[in-house]
Design a protein around this ligand. Structure first.
Ligand SMILES: *Cc1c(COP(=O)(O)O)cnc(C)c1O
Length: 358
């Protein structure tokens, strides 16, 4: 399918942020977006890159009522030599389509998705910041647009991609997080949609996150919805625990988001000879591992931060310090290696890097 490009008028182009150190996350978006529409019987049609701007929806657009909305998150990285890279983009495309299937939404041709994303990033390449750790965040999204009430799978969808420059996650070095174990609220239950990037999961997580923040914690550590005992995720990231020389992470049981970073951490660690066990420790185990000194490190993984060290856990009225509140050696090594691969500064033994320019 051809992608029709309509450029933003020069006098309507935005000013690019002058200070890359103050970019933060999710505040700035570029001048264009990719859009493609779907209608049952007709399929995907009208792929286009158009000026960034509001989307017009009927008040009955089904995404507004019944939650058929899915998204993805990945980044474009600028290498020192000016090359532009994506990191395992086909994994995000696959995951978007499995989210679509679970929510009875239209799946999209992976090549159309990839081409749309690539064309948009290349058109907006001057927006990719230059500083260490900065990148262009890519947010593919799909919403149900059929104008009708009544719970049923919609027959019309809009897929769009927006992009925006984001700052380095750790401009001043690692800062281990304090996390709060929620026993009262859960994120997702096995058999639900916790393994999809669906808007409802994030709405459902806000209350407990707010509670944790009010008490001075960075994130919630979610437990399994039934026993409220086994670890599932940390905020919107996957969870890892290093016990002695073994790396534990919860298995993809259905309530956990299958993170691309999670998979990269597992593959890298195994390639270094680290034993990786896909098993969800219980809080009882974690507390006993902290007590006997065998829990060496804990961290969360995700596209935004790569890995985020956990320094403290609050559980049942008590604070538990991990590794003296400092970043562990394996956490640091994974961070350096993955970042190095993403920016084209390290060998790429798994073929994860996709060069789209340079
Ligand atoms: C996106 C996300 C992750 C991390 O996935 P990555 O592909 O590594 O970015 C983990 N958990 C949740 C709930 C997420 O939404």
């Amino acid at each position: 399918m051809d992608i029709k490009i309509t450029k933003c008028a020069p006098d309507r182009m935005k000013l690019k942020p002058a200070d890359e150190s103050r970019l933060g996350f999710g505040q700035v978006f570029t001048d264009h977006m990719f859009t493609v529409s779907y209608r049952a019987g007709k399929g995907w049609h009208d792929a286009a890159i158009v000026p960034y701007g509001p989307i017009v929806l009927d008040p009955t657009a089904m995404c507004l009522h019944y939650g058929q909305e899915i998204f993805e998150g990945l980044k474009a990285y600028r290498g020192k030599d000016g090359s532009i890279y994506l990191f395992r983009p086909r994994e995000n495309i696959k995951r978007m389509n499995s989210s679509a299937e679970r929510l009875c939404m239209a799946t999209i041709d992976p090549d159309l998705f990839f081409e749309g994303m690539k064309e948009l990033v290349l058109l907006e390449q001057d927006w990719i910041p230059h500083g260490a750790g900065t990148s262009l965040y890519i947010r593919p999204t799909m919403i149900a647009t059929e104008p009708a009430l009544g719970v049923h799978p919609a027959n019309q969808y809009l897929f769009f991609i927006i992009v925006g420059p984001v700052g380095a996650y750790y401009p001043e070095g690692f800062s281990p997080t304090k996390i709060y174990v929620s026993e009262e609220y859960v994120r997702a239950v096995r058999g639900g949609v916790g393994n999809c990037k669906n808007a409802g999961n994030y709405a459902a997580s806000l209350y407990a996150s707010q509670q944790a923040k009010d008490m001075g914690y960075t994130q919630v550590l979610w437990l399994d919805a039934i026993g409220r005992e086994h670890v599932e995720e940390v905020g919107t990231s996957n969870a890892f625990f290093v016990r002695n020389d073994e790396l534990f992470t919860p298995p993809l049981s259905g309530s956990i988001l299958p993170g691309v970073t999670r998979d990269s951490v597992i593959q890298l660690a195994r390639s270094w000879g680290v034993k990786v066990t896909e098993q969800a420790p219980s809080m009882k185990e974690i507390v006993s591992w902290i007590a006997d000194g065998s829990l060496k490190e804990a961290f969360a993984s995700g596209t935004a931060a790569v890995v985020s060290p956990i320094g403290q856990i609050y559980y049942q009225g008590r604070e538990h310090l991990i590794n003296g509140g400092r970043t562990g050696a394996l956490t640091e090594r994974l961070y350096t290696e993955i970042l190095g691969i993403q920016y084209g500064e390290r060998p790429d033994p798994f073929g994860w890097r996709v060069k789209i320019s340079g």
